[in-house]
Design a protein around this ligand. Structure first.
Ligand SMILES: C[S@@+](CC[C@H](N)C(=O)[O-])C[C@H]1O[C@@H](n2cnc3c(N)ncnc32)[C@H](O)[C@@H]1O
Length: 265
């Protein structure tokens, strides 16, 4: 069946019937835990412009890099266990990148130890979400993102809660709380999951019998690094006009479409 055309998602409930758009040449659908390419496409349309530097500190099969380059953005990817030549080996808690170089950061981290990645000791996917080390490790990643991101620019974290070993860990809520200590909240989107598990009857039967819920959505947590105090306080710009500098800071649209007028909120 042909895939529907991509369009900008306009509510906080995002859905697309396939993991990948078009021929699916973004990242690898065979990589366990690959990010849906259409999610990255939507984010880059909203929060970046051509030639912006997009950074993915946990790049995996490189979905972010492929979508970014296709859209004319520059892209850098890191991973503790790179699976392609254009992803550099680095721990997301210590990136070989200068301060404030990134115009947008995308992260799809391990959700605790729900999937096995490389098995390396520095892989955050070795840390159980219900244990003591996972959230401090993710906070160290967020500190590094804070360092490399330009003020006023956005980051997005794609993640899923886990229900494992008879315990629910609200990863989305807990990561959101950690992020809000460093960044300004921009929005919180629920992305409908269409994975194979959800199509299997035995999983639904187990969910009924054991009284738990299968994960129906992923969180997409969108934040912005605050402007430097001097830039906002010392500005002599007229408050009514949106300057070019503001466009950069707020993350412009690249589609050329006009934003509809607000009728109150
Ligand atoms: C959910 S996958 C990312 C999927 C990727 N966005 C894609 O589309 O293929 C999480 C990735 O985080 C990587 N990772 C885990 N711990 C890391 C760390 N400390 N630093 C950098 N990458 C790490 C894993 O190797 C894995 O590739």
């Amino acid at each position: 069946m042909p895939k529907p055309p991509l369009r900008l998602q306009t509510t906080t409930l995002w859905e697309y019937p396939s993991q990948h758009y078009e021929e699916g040449k973004h990242g690898s659908k065979d990589y366990r835990g690959a990010t849906p390419s259409w999610v990255v496409w939507n984010l880059l349309q909203r929060y970046t412009r051509p030639k912006d530097l997009v950074v993915d500190p946990m790049a995996g099969s490189g979905t972010t890099l492929d979508v970014a380059r296709e859209l004319g953005r520059r892209a850098l990817g890191y991973d503790v266990a790179p699976v392609r030549d254009d992803v550099f080996r680095a721990d997301a808690r210590k990136l070989p990148l200068e301060d404030e170089k990134a115009a947008f950061v995308f992260l799809d981290p391990p959700y605790g130890d729900n999937l096995r990645y490389s098995g390396r000791p520095d892989c955050i996917g070795e840390l159980a979400a219900e244990g003591p080390d996972y959230f401090p490790a993710m906070d160290a990643v967020f500190a590094e993102v804070e360092r490399i991101l330009r003020p006023g620019r956005h980051l997005a974290v794609y993640c899923c809660d886990v229900w494992k070993r008879k315990a629910f860990v609200p990863i989305g809520a807990r990561l959101s709380e950690l992020l809000s200590r460093r960044f300004e909240p921009v929005d919180h989107v629920a992305v409908v999951r269409h994975n194979r598990t959800l199509k299997q009857g035995n999983y639904h039967k187990a969910a009924e019998e054991t009284n738990f819920f299968l994960r129906g959505f992923n969180h997409l947590l969108i934040f912005r690094k605050p402007e430097r105090a001097a830039e906002t306080a010392g500005s002599k710009r007229k408050p009514t006009r949106r300057s070019r500098k503001d466009e950069t800071a707020r993350g412009p649209r690249t589609t050329g479409r006009r934003r509809p007028k607000r009728k109150g909120s």
